[in-house]
Ligand binder design. Sequence first.
Ligand code: RIB
Ligand code: CA
Length: 306
Amino acid sequence: MARIIIDTDPGVDDAIAILLALACPALEVAGLTVVGGNVPQARGVRNALALLEYAGQGDVPVLRGSSRPLPGQGNGKFPYAHHFHGWSGLSRRLPKPRNRPAAGGAVDFLAAQLDAAPGQVHIAALGPLTNLARLERQRPGALSQAASIVVMGGAVDAPGNSTPYAEFNFYSDPAAAQEVLTCGVPLTLVDLAACRQVAIGREAAANLRAPGNRLGQLAAQLAQNWFRREARRERFEFYDPLALAAAIAPEVLTTRRAAVSVATAAGPEWAASRVTAPDGPVAVVERVDAARFFALLREILGWEGV
Ligand code: RIB
Ligand code: CA
């Protein structure tokens, strides 16, 4: 089984990605490191604990990470995305978790796990990259000990979803994104252009079923309830689930290597992500095998109707 640490700001799509990982027989989730982003860090920690307990995997550690972006940017706070994920961050109420987060912080946990098993632990980063950037600042080269790194973020030469140029995770902490993408560690960047190729409409979501798959049923309810929150919502795009799927089955993506930079200067293009050279450490997505992605959701979450 491949060991994976999920760095996350749960959030509805993060939650579906986490359930996909927990349900995947080929993965062992070594821990959830939480970062502020969609919701405040404390709320994200609660959601992570609740998801693990719901899945009967309360033994998986949850680590508290950054509650603010790297210093010196904007107003020094995460923008949050309550309009999209709701105030709780999840579109379905879960029992109040009994467990507490593990002692120690996200950065020390990441460092310890990578030190203990160099080249054996995968990382899926599904929120702002603040925890990973702080790890690399504290322990230069630590990220290069990961077996692989997949990042959901950016809108490489594509329209953003927070501004016309910026995608939410990078918009939340562009300095962190810039530091992680340019520190030299190889990573796969699953950006908005890729994620927009895998979505589900309102009617298909309403018809989703996952008979006999408890985690799949919760994941389906999260998507269904997300539509119910707003009548005008037409598409749910699988941002974080696609990134997690790429960690499970890299063949779901066709990529090309590039150097990618994230704009950190104040101005209209703040947090924009651009290819700056035709070769480099970042695997940028060229094509998504959407059929393969949805086949994974059927296989692992038991989803019928996608
Ligand atoms: O832009 C989409 C990303 O921002 C996803 O990771 C979503 O969960 C939010 O964090
Ligand atoms: Ca996320």
